[in-house]
Design a protein around this ligand. Structure first.
Ligand SMILES: [Zn+2]
Ligand SMILES: [Zn+2]
Length: 139
């Protein structure tokens, strides 16, 4: 059986089953699947910490002494908990596409406001744009 990704001819035991106790094997080998998951995690980790540092930077530029009291891990859990769905339009866009929306936009936040994990939410990029300056909580 040839792996779709690495094109190697491998024995069936090198492929995971599609479903437990059912016939049918995945089209990419175990090794390729493992690499895909690793790559996916790396991309997600990178995106997650970038989103948070971006938010911190913009909050700083607002000159209102705004801060964030949550960690990258908490934000990651929030995004993972959404299962890739945007709560505003209900579309499944995938966890790599969801962006960090501040329920209370920086321009509307009172001076010294501290954003907790409950004040940010994953939204798809187009809903994040549409929401703009509105104060909206989806969770
Ligand atoms: Zn392979
Ligand atoms: Zn959306």
């Amino acid at each position: 059986m040839i792996c779709k990704k690495c094109k190697r001819d491998l024995p069936q035991s090198s492929f995971y089953k599609l479903r437990k106790n059912k016939p049918g094997l995945r089209s990419i080998c175990k090794e390729c699947q493992y690499n895909e998951i690793k790559e996916y995690r790396k991309t997600f980790e990178g995106k997650t910490s970038k989103a948070l540092s971006n938010a911190r930077r913009i909050a700083k530029e607002n000159n209102k002494n705004l801060s964030h009291s949550f960690s990258v891990d908490e934000w990651r859990e929030r995004v993972l908990g959404s299962n890739g769905f945007c709560p505003m339009c209900g579309n499944s866009v995938g966890i790599l596409i969801l962006t960090m929306d501040h329920a209370v936009p920086f321009c509307k936040a009172p001076s010294g406001f501290i954003y907790t994990i409950d004040d940010v939410q994953p939204l798809c990029p187009s809903c994040n744009d549409k929401k703009g300056r509105l104060i909206l909580y989806f969770f």
